[in-house]
Design a protein around this ligand. Structure first.
Ligand code: ZN
Length: 188
């Protein structure tokens, strides 16, 4: 397994719609193994294939609840349904999220509290997940990556402008921008 470089906002693969996986090959199995290793090294709670430069509809996730129960898996060719997000402004303390492709920053974003995700796992078995709270947030965030959407694209005008300033300052917002967990001194 290999830790892969994580693309940063501005790299075209992050802003493109990813293609469905036709067949689970050894190459796909290796990609998913590398994605788990890269996510854990970062560390992050989710990672989508476009973030490691592969435009395919796959993401991995990992999360531990307050009781320390692990929740972890991969989803290939997901479909997502959600309840409408409740109206109002997000709470910066409880509703801020970050992204390994915009590392080191967090911004508040209102998300739907409940989602259902279906798809298949690496063995080709069907997956049907119904979750709420932070798990639902992770699902929405990772699913967005497969449609070329970063969470910063969903922020209000003021925060969005702030992200553009940060990107300019750090030399992001261009093809090829990337960082590698464990190698680059950059954490999310
Ligand atoms: Zn992300």
């Amino acid at each position: 397994m290999t830790i892969r470089a994580i693309r940063i906002m501005g790299d075209p693969v992050l802003h493109s719609i990813a293609a469905p996986v036709d067949e689970i090959t050894d190459e796909i199995r290796e990609l998913v193994a590398d994605m788990y290793e890269t996510m854990d090294a970062a560390p992050g709670v989710g990672l989508a294939a476009p973030q490691v430069g592969v435009g395919l509809r796959i993401y991995v996730y990992t999360y531990e609840d307050d009781e320390g129960n692990p929740w972890r898996g991969e989803i290939i060719n997901p479909e997502l349904w959600m309840t409408p997000p409740s109206p109002g402004d997000p709470d910066p303390d409880d509703e801020s999220e970050g992204c390994l492709s915009f590392p080191g920053e967090r911004f508040p974003l209102r998300r739907s509290d409940e989602v259902r995700v279906t798809g298949i796992d690496l063995d080709g078995n069907s997956v049907d997940i119904r979750v709420d709270g932070w798990r639902a947030r992770i699902m929405q965030h990772e699913f967005d990556h497969l449609d070329g959407i970063l969470y910063i694209d969903r922020l209000g005008d003021g925060d969005w402008k702030t992200t553009q300033k940060i990107a300019r300052k750090r030399g992001w917002g261009r093809p090829g921008a990337a960082w590698t967990p464990g190698i680059d001194a950059l954490d999310a």
